[in-house]
Design a protein around this ligand. Structure first.
Ligand SMILES: NC(=O)c1ccc[n+]([C@@H]2O[C@H](COP(=O)([O-])OP(=O)(O)OC[C@H]3O[C@@H](n4cnc5c(N)ncnc54)[C@H](OP(=O)(O)O)[C@@H]3O)[C@@H](O)[C@H]2O)c1
Length: 259
């Protein structure tokens, strides 16, 4: 078997670029996946030159499950993938009753379906290969319902529950699953989701993606199950355990509407 590879989805922007930099700095060979090929090619050239690693770019639309399966077949052929970073994701901010739902469905396909397919294939592969790590990028959204962003919160609740369930199944194996749960962070995510003006991105200081990615990367290496980054986010994650669910939904809704 050739060298070990790190597969990173959503590697054209934001957190994905930072994860690629962290993996490259450890000398890992990389497979970068997203739709924007040019951005990934630029990143690949930078990382090859700086770290003398192999970097493959595979432009893929992860909202298409057949493309996701084809991606896995391609990347796992005669290769050991020992790290999977399920990072690609998108959201939609707006009332559930409005719009045609296309973006919400795309978010389910990417955040839920593609992440599940890749994790399912990767975990089986890692168990067979004798080790590996999965880093799933969930969100503090996973811990509460999201009025005005209901589908996104549901996708992240799913990803967190999936991560914890599989991590428990794997507890006696050399394969670990970590769910990273960041709060609002400076990436393209907010503009893309139409939520730049909402309180969540206005009320609290918004950290840079590099800092958050680093904390998640470290947690993955340690085999931690859940990493919530930042003090305020820890409160967002643990508060809902104690408060009545209606109250949690009401407070979450305040943060998901324009300031
Ligand atoms: N930033 C935040 O405030 C925040 C907070 C909590 C959690 N998160 C999570 O962090 C993860 C990364 O997001 P980010 O903040 O880095 O946002 P971002 O800058 O918008 O990056 C999103 C990435 O996902 C990729 N992607 C989206 N749709 C795709 C598709 N159909 N096929 C393939 N790739 C697709 C994008 O690539 P292409 O456009 O090139 O396809 C891009 O590389 C997401 O799962 C998000 O839910 C973000």
């Amino acid at each position: 078997m050739a060298s070990k590879w790190t597969l990173i989805t959503g590697a054209s922007e934001g957190f994905g670029v930072e994860f690629a930099r962290l993996a490259a700095a450890e000398g890992r060979d990389l497979i970068l996946v997203a739709r924007q090929a040019e951005k990934m090619e630029r990143l690949a050239a930078e990382l090859r030159a700086k770290h003398r690693i192999a970097v493959e770019v595979i432009p893929t639309d992860l909202s298409d499950p057949e493309a996701v399966e084809a991606l896995w077949r391609k990347v796992s052929l005669r290769r050991h993938i020992d790290i999977l970073v399920n990072n690609a994701g998108l959201g939609y901010n707006g009332p559930f009753a409005a719009g045609d739902g296309a973006r919400e469905l795309a978010s389910i396909m990417v955040n839920v379906v593609a992440a599940t397919i890749l994790m399912k294939r990767a975990v089986a592969h890692m168990v067979q290969q004798g080790g590996g790590r999965v880093l799933n990028v969930a969100s503090t959204a996973a811990f509460m319902p999201g009025p005005n962003m209901a589908v996104y919160h549901a996708t992240k609740a799913y990803l967190l529950a999936l991560s914890e369930g599989v991590a428990e199944e794997l507890k006696d194996s050399p394969v670990t699953v970590t769910a990273l749960c960041p709060g609002a962070t400076k990436t393209n995510f907010a503009a893309d989701a139409g939520m730049e003006g909402v309180r969540l991105f206005k009320a609290l200081p918004v950290p840079a993606a590099g800092k958050v990615a680093k904390a998640g990367w470290r947690a993955m290496h340690r085999g931690e199950r859940i990493r919530v980054t930042g003090l305020a986010n820890k409160a967002f994650a643990f508060g809902p355990r104690l408060a009545p669910r209606r109250l949690v939904a009401r407070i979450a809704g305040l943060f998901l509407k324009p300031a």
